[in-house]
Design a protein around this ligand. Sequence first.
Ligand code: SF4
Ligand code: SF4
Length: 236
Amino acid sequence: MVCGFLIAAQSIVTMNGEQINLLWKTARMVKFLEKMGGYAKEVFDNTRYIGQGLGVVFDHIRRKPVTVNYPYEKLIPSERFRGRIHFERPKCISCEVCVRVCPINLPVVDWVMNKETKKKELNSYSIDFGVCIFCGNCVEYCPTNALSMTEEYELSVYDRHELNFDDVALGRLPINVTQVAEVSAIREFGYLPDGAIQPAHEHSPGGARAGELPATILERIQKEQIQKELGDKGDA
Ligand code: SF4
Ligand code: SF4
C-alpha cells in the first residue's frame, strides 16, 4: 500500500500542468456524479412515499362512512367481547381461585367457615372495574362457572368508586343492545358479508327506524305541550 502511494505521488510530481488540470476536473466530475446519484435516490424515495400515502387516500375514497351515531346507534359487540363480569352468587363456593389467578388479585371474596356444616359461607363478593383489566382469567378458572363475561361496555361513572361492583351489582343481568327499543343495533363489520355496509348507513331519511332522533323528540314534546295547553283552556 505504501508502495502504491509512493508510485502515485511520483506520477503526480512528474505530471505537467495540463494533466494535473485534467485530473482535477475528473475528480470534480466524480464528486458531482456522486451528489447527483444521492439526489436522484432521494427524489425516487420521496416519490415512492407520496405514492404510498396517496394509495391509502384513494383506498379510503371508495369506502362508505362508518360513523356510529352513538347513543342512538350502538354496535353489537362480538361474541368473544370481554365486558362487565356477571356473578352468580348461588354458584360461588368461596374457593378464591379467581383471586389467585387474577394478575392483580382483584376480586374480594369475604367468607366465614360454618363450623356446623364445615363449609365456607360467602358474605360478600366484589370486583372493582376501575382497576380490572378484563383479561378474563377469573372467568376462565372459576370451578363452578359462577363468573361470566358479558357484552356490557358502558361503564362510565362520575365517581370512580362507583365502579367497585358488589355481588348485587355484579349479579344484574347484562343489557343487550338489541333489546333496547330506543337504540338501533348495528352489527359489527366483521359479521357482515364481504363488501357490505351495515343497514343503518344506507338508511333513507324518510325510512322507519327503531329509535327517535333528538329533533323528533323535541317536536313531539312541543306538540304535546300545545295540545295540553289547548285542553286546559277548553276545560276552563
Ligand atoms: S378480568 Fe382479569 S383483572 Fe379483572 S378480575 Fe378477572 S382476573 Fe382480575
Ligand atoms: S373462583 Fe368462582 S367459586 Fe371460587 S370464589 Fe371465585 S367466583 Fe367463587
